[in-house]
Design a protein. Structure first.
Length: 421
């Protein structure tokens, strides 16, 4: 009897009843690949500009990404490419190698869109050309590779220095760190989670959204299509993958169309965010269903495949603030370390680490593997930038350096600095 009760207690510690549905996930804090703090703070409801993609893309298939120059949208007829500043000069992207068309995501940190080599068996990511959208020679190998149990209803999330996949077939959440390609199983959630179910995705193989990372956790942000028939206009939702807790971060404004029906976000909604330009982009179907948008941007009422741009604000990353430390060369035998802009004026503990393997920037309570602290001091950001670190022969044999900045019991690690390029 005692053994049975012990096992039962263990199971109850793993399974948590949240919001009336069974959520299966890690009972501990989800660190995944660590990474840069990045969070959506606000999404404006007033569109800045819009275009109708139907002439180039045909019917919607949901995919959306962007570069520093263009926004890419997937449709039945191919990939549409639009000037990122105003959606002008729409052209057909070079998707002659059509294998990437249904599975791609953007690294928000670098404004680079990456295409997976397959919908189910994913082994590499290939960067798209900023202007043409064509596949380039820049390839990242995923380590390990990912085999999705199911495509339909699964989801791809663009993140800041990461891409996250949610597999509806297994409930697994895969965190891909960029540019290393390191894959970590971040959590396993219920296949009946709203990430998979609150989606009008009859025409899209995947759902597209955004992955955040703050307070040590990954959150997935996605467009919930609501239910037009039932008068549910839709919203944009954030879900913490560790706890399963959801919150609405954007709601379609209340109001009614000429037909008397409530405003509606539109069919097959996909969205992404662009922190460099302080924007968020929404791709839906049927502009006349979005009277809250048509009233502010009248031309969009006649759009069959509308693409909208709105203002947005963010915290973390390079979106106006940063917690990521950096290392720069100072001659051939020294490097200079600096905190992120958020911590430049604060006193903090600075620790130089000698590392044996490359890795991306992260926020974590534990030092990265294969790293050993070699020097630590209390200082301000301004003083650190005037105190170079001298590289030793032992450092060069190890291969890499990192800088850790500890502020208020949280430690931020720079990406590795290669000592033997």
């Amino acid at each position: 009897m005692r053994t049975f009760l012990t096992r039962t207690a263990m199971l109850l510690a793993v399974f948590t009843l949240i919001g009336g549905s069974l959520y299966f996930g890690s009972p501990t804090r989800v660190q995944a690949n660590g990474g840069n703090t990045f969070k959506i703070e606000s999404l404006s409801e007033s569109p800045l500009y819009a275009t109708d993609t139907e002439a180039i893309t045909g019917d919607s298939k949901g995919g959306i990404g962007y570069s520093a120059e263009r926004v890419f949208v997937r449709g039945d007829d191919g990939i549409g490419s639009y000037n990122i500043t105003d959606f002008s000069t729409g052209t057909a992207a070079d998707d002659s190698d059509s294998t990437w068309g249904d599975a791609f995501a953007t690294d928000i940190k670098t404004q680079t869109t990456w295409a997976f080599d397959d919908l189910l068996n994913m082994t590499t990511l290939t960067a798209l050309d900023d202007t043409t959208g064509a596949l380039t020679a820049q390839v990242i190998t995923l380590a390990p590779s990912i085999t999705m149990a199911q495509v339909s209803g699964s989801a791809i999330f663009s993140g800041y220095g990461r891409i996250v996949l949610a597999d509806k077939g297994s409930g697994k959440i895969y965190d891909i760190s960029l540019p290393s390609g390191t894959v970590t199983l971040a959590a396993t959630i219920s296949t009946t989670s709203s990430v998979f179910t609150d989606f009008d995705g009859n025409e899209a193989p995947y759902r597209w959204g955004v992955a955040e990372f703050f307070d040590g956790d990954i959150s997935l942000v996605y467009a919930d299509a609501g239910n037009e028939t039932a008068g549910d206009p839709g919203r944009i939702v954030r879900m913490n993958v560790r706890t399963g807790v959801t919150e609405n971060i954007f709601s379609v404004p209340e109001g009614t169309r000429d037909t008397g029906s409530p405003y509606y976000i539109g069919d097959d909604p996909s969205f992404t965010v662009d922190c460099a330009n302080q924007r968020w982009y929404l791709k839906t179907e049927y502009g006349d269903e979005n009277d809250w948008l048509a009233g502010l941007l009248p031309a969009s009422e006649d759009y069959d495949e509308p693409l909208y741009a709105f203002s947005a604000t963010f915290s973390g990353g390079s979106c106006g603030s940063s917690t990521e430390p950096s290392i720069t060369a100072s001659g051939t035998s020294r490097v200079i370390g600096a905190p992120g802009s958020d911590h430049m004026a604060r006193r903090a503990t600075y620790t130089w680490l000698r590392c044996k393997s490359a890795g991306d920037a992260l926020e974590s309570r534990r030092a990265p593997r294969d790293c050993r602290a070699v020097q630590s001091l209390r200082s301000t950001g301004a003083r650190m930038t005037s105190r170079p670190y001298r590289i030793t022969a032992v450092d060069r044999r190890a291969g890499y350096l990192r800088l850790a900045v500890t502020v208020a019991r949280t430690t931020y690690y720079s990406g590795t600095f290669n000592l033997n390029p």
